[in-house]
Design a protein around this ligand. Structure first.
Ligand code: GLY
Ligand code: MN
Ligand code: MN
Length: 448
């Protein structure tokens, strides 16, 4: 699909955003909406800024992700207006006004000085403002980020428009290229740091553009769920490689994890079993399904994998019941994905907010909602050898006897496994955007 056809999908996307906003404003008693794109905070006692990350509410409307202090103004019944920040600044290069086809759908006006923007919304009635702290100094507190308005917008956002789905397919395609480049680096014996650099090159994005910090973990480091270091030194033995890294396309994220073994053996076999388990779980992403059920199903399926590989002595059902699966799989099976990697609204009961409870004993599950067509989730089963959790299990008689500690010792040097895809719920067969992206990359390499 070309950029032009993506732009034609944008028209429908904007209509959906407008009609959702119309409903939410009406329900909360507001007559118009102003969103500020945000601005990067400055470092303490310094004149340097942190990397800029756009307000997700702003990028939900327009694919402008790199121009701080811009504003979006919307009054139901009128075209959205973007006040595009263009300061008179000879230290930096001010952004040029976008000219792509999507700009035909909005009013685009240059804004030299954001402190002079208020007249644009002075006559719009009761205005709701959305932006990070400090973005609207004059806004009354009940008009600034009104919780019920935000809740409604967050709830609706879980169902993606065709435009958003296409952006996310492209984010998966970019991520797949990065993953392939990083795997090549690992296979060549490069360090974590170098694999990370090759990843960025592979998807042609800067580190600041990543939707979250890349997790690039060799050997035991793969047991750290959000491992944050990048070792420059190559370990004396390369056993395993876990990489959790995504990309962005027009502000939409992918969130992809792959785990690789350096050589055949029990760990490589376990990756194969996990891959099969992950695919089965992806098959459960169908409209009408309660995502909490997918999470519990993951515990049963992974419990069987643990049993098959010899880590535990009981089948999955029993392992879940007796709490042993959480020793090796201590996080949720996934989350909403979109404008943010952990997209908002995952545990909301309805448009007004509230909370849809997590299953008891599963505090880290980020998504408890029913699946609907167009909802995008991650499916990311994991199995890790985490010292602190193993130590606790060893001290707990009920769990200790269900674990084969020799197998634990054999697998511990490999750290762990996670396999993560981005999946769209449909009324029938789920769409796995990530597997499709890797398959397409494979096909184009073969054709080349
Ligand atoms: N990369 C963060 C996560 O998988 O949720
Ligand atoms: Mn991830
Ligand atoms: Mn994830």
């Amino acid at each position: 699909m070309s950029a032009d056809s993506l732009d034609s999908l944008y028209t429908g996307h904007l209509q959906t955003v407008m009609s959702r906003t119309d409903r939410s404003l009406a329900a909360t008693g507001f007559e118009a909406l102003v969103i500020q794109a945000g601005g990067p905070p400055t470092l303490f006692l310094d004149d340097q800024d942190y990397p800029y990350k756009v307000n997700p509410h702003f990028k939900a409307w327009v694919p402008i992700v790199d121009n701080p202090l811009s504003l979006l103004i919307y009054q139901p019944g009128s075209r959205p207006r973007v006040l595009f920040h263009q300061p008179d600044d000879y230290w930096h290069k001010p952004a040029s006004l976008p000219r792509a086809a999507w700009t035909r759908e909005i009013e685009l006006t240059a804004l030299p000085d954001p402190s002079k923007a208020a007249p644009y919304w002075a006559r719009l009635g009761k205005v709701a403002f959305i932006g990070p702290p400090g973005s609207f100094d004059d806004a009354e507190s009940e008009s600034l980020n009104p919780p019920e308005l935000l809740a409604r917008l967050h709830y609706d956002r879980a169902v993606k428009t065709p435009y958003e789905l296409e952006c996310m397919r492209r984010a998966s395609a970019l991520g797949a290229r990065g993953h392939r480049a990083a795997l090549d680096a690992f296979r060549r014996g490069a360090s974590e740091y170098e694999a990370h650099m090759r990843y960025l090159e592979g998807c042609v994005q800067r580190e600041e553009e990543m939707p979250y910090n890349n997790i690039v973990a060799y050997n035991e480091n793969a047991a750290v769920l959000h491992y944050q270091h990048l070792e420059r030194r190559v370990p004396s033995e390369l056993r395993s490689f876990l990489i959790d890294a995504g990309a962005q396309y027009r502000g939409y994220a992918s969130d992809i994890t792959r785990t690789h073994a350096a050589s055949p053996g029990r760990f490589a076999e376990l990756i194969e079993l996990m891959d099969g388990a992950q695919l089965r779980l992806c098959g459960e992403i169908v409209a009408g399904k309660d995502y909490r059920e997918v999470h519990l199903s993951a515990h049963r399926i992974l419990g069987d994998v643990m049993h098959d590989i010899g880590l535990t002595t009981v089948p999955g059902d029993e392992a879940l019941e007796r709490g042993v699966t959480s020793v090796f799989f201590p996080h949720g099976i996934g989350h909403l994905l979109g404008l943010q990697v952990h997209d908002v609204g995952g545990v909301m009961g309805d448009v007004k907010g509230g909370e849809r409870q997590r299953p008891e004993g599963h505090p880290y599950l980020r998504l408890t909602r029913m699946l609907e067509p167009g909802v995008v989730v991650t499916v990311e089963p994991g199995l890790y050898l985490i010292d602190s959790l193993l130590k606790k299990a060893r001290g707990d008689e009920a769990k200790r006897t269900l674990i084969d500690w020799n197998v634990v010792e054999e697998l511990r040097p490999f750290g762990g496994i996670r396999i993560e895809d981005n999946v769209v719920a449909t009324a029938s067969t789920p769409e796995n955007m990530t597997r499709a992206a890797f398959a397409s990359l494979e096909r184009s390499s073969k054709a080349a």
